[in-house]
Design a protein around this ligand. Structure first.
Ligand code: ZN
Length: 370
């Protein structure tokens, strides 16, 4: 997730704020201050910060279970519409996916229970709508918020936890890809319904959430189809080769030339002995293009955090890394030298070629059965 700021690191997972989240906090603070004055604005900010603390706890519910299954969890990003825990991979085993997905909402239901105990009575549902008038009842409003978040996340739509729960339940009986495509269809339908209802109610935030869910469901389906297309192939068969090679001391102006005159957007940086040091990415090269006449060298701006897999590994490994947030995946040959790159574009190409072949063979089947 680009343009986010780390605010804390908990047990090796960094908690980051996306810039849109800071903008969102600023807008709320400004509008509360202008309509209700300083003390109401301060109380509302405190409530919102506590709400997001509950969301961080929700994400750490997922993270603690994922860790138990040995899955790395590098970061949590907070967006205005909630939190996203990044897992290095989503397990294929339905029981593991189910346990990870359900752990988040469980945290909110536990928090709801604790806050109700603290309140000493059942919350009054009006308390949340009184928020708009500047009336703050911290514990009561936080309790209701946790219940709403827990229930909302159980909606059976990606990337809501309910979407993953649904897919895991379907995957107990069906192949993983079939389970994904049914779960994404249901998610897309739900997102369209939510978006239309939100527009009718004039609730733009809810409409934005509808669009977000629709896009996320579509991405999830694509990842499922990519996994089908490359299933069982070695990564050597899906990687792109023939990239212009760079050494550490090359100025980035050379990379700018390559970006302009070739189709390559990623460039490996190698030692003179052919050993892989890192990668230059198009976005980084362009960002540095204005720096002192692009006199920086490849070694200064190359990325050394790009994951690398040996060429005999399964291609799904590369797809997992890319869907987990890696911009590209490097591929090395048997001696550890640079062999090629896997990126989103060529994974999508593999998917489209696979779909075209499947359509063609369906047509042939139809013809022979007529
Ligand atoms: Zn969740």
């Amino acid at each position: 997730m680009s343009r986010s700021f780390g605010i804390a690191a908990i047990n090796g997972t960094s908690v980051r704020l996306h810039w849109t989240f800071l903008l969102f906090l600023g807008l709320i603070a400004a509008s509360a201050f202008m309509s209700m004055g300083l003390s109401a604005a301060r109380d509302i900010m405190l409530l919102i910060i506590l709400m997001f603390a509950c969301i961080v706890l929700h994400e750490f519910g997922h993270i603690s279970v994922a860790r138990k299954f040995g899955i790395e969890t590098p970061e949590v990003v907070l967006l205005p519409i909630g939190g996203l825990a990044k897992l290095k991979r989503i397990p294929n085993e339905p029981e593991k996916e189910l346990a990870i997905a359900i752990a988040g909402p469980v945290v909110n239901f536990v928090l709801f229970g604790l806050l109700v105990l603290l309140l000493g009575r059942w919350p009054n549902w009006q308390a949340l709508s009184e928020l708009a008038e500047g009336k703050i009842n911290l514990i009561e409003q936080l309790a209701i918020f946790n219940l709403v978040v827990g229930v909302f996340n159980l909606l059976p739509a990606f990337p809501m936890d309910g979407g993953r729960i649904l897919r895991a339940l379907l995957a107990f009986a069906l192949p993983h890809s079939k389970a994904t495509s049914i779960a994404t269809r249901i998610g897309q339908l739900l997102a369209v319904g939510l978006g239309l209802a939100a527009l009718l109610m004039g609730n733009l935030l809810l409409a934005a959430i509808g669009v977000f869910i629709f896009l996320a469901a579509t991405t999830e389906e694509r990842i499922g189809r990519i996994r089908d297309a490359i299933g069982g192939l070695p990564v050597a068969q899906v990687m792109v080769t023939g990239h212009p090679l760079f050494s550490e001391t090359d100025p980035i102006s050379c990379a700018l030339d390559e970006i302009l005159h070739t189709d390559s957007d990623e460039f490996p940086v190698l030692t003179s002995g052919g050993e892989l040091l890192g990668f230059l990415l198009r976005s980084d090269v362009i960002r540095h293009a204005g720096d002192a006449g692009a006199q920086k060298t490849a070694g200064e701006i190359m990325r050394t955090d790009i994951p690398v897999v040996p060429m005999h590994y399964r291609a799904e490994k590369a797809a997992d890394l890319i869907s987990g947030g890696a911009p590209i995946v490097g591929v090395t040959d048997r001696r550890g030298g640079f062999a090629g790159i896997v990126n989103w574009r060529n994974l999508l190409d593999a998917m489209e070629i696979d779909s075209a072949i499947a359509r063609r063979s369906q047509q042939l089947d139809k013809r022979t059965s007529l």
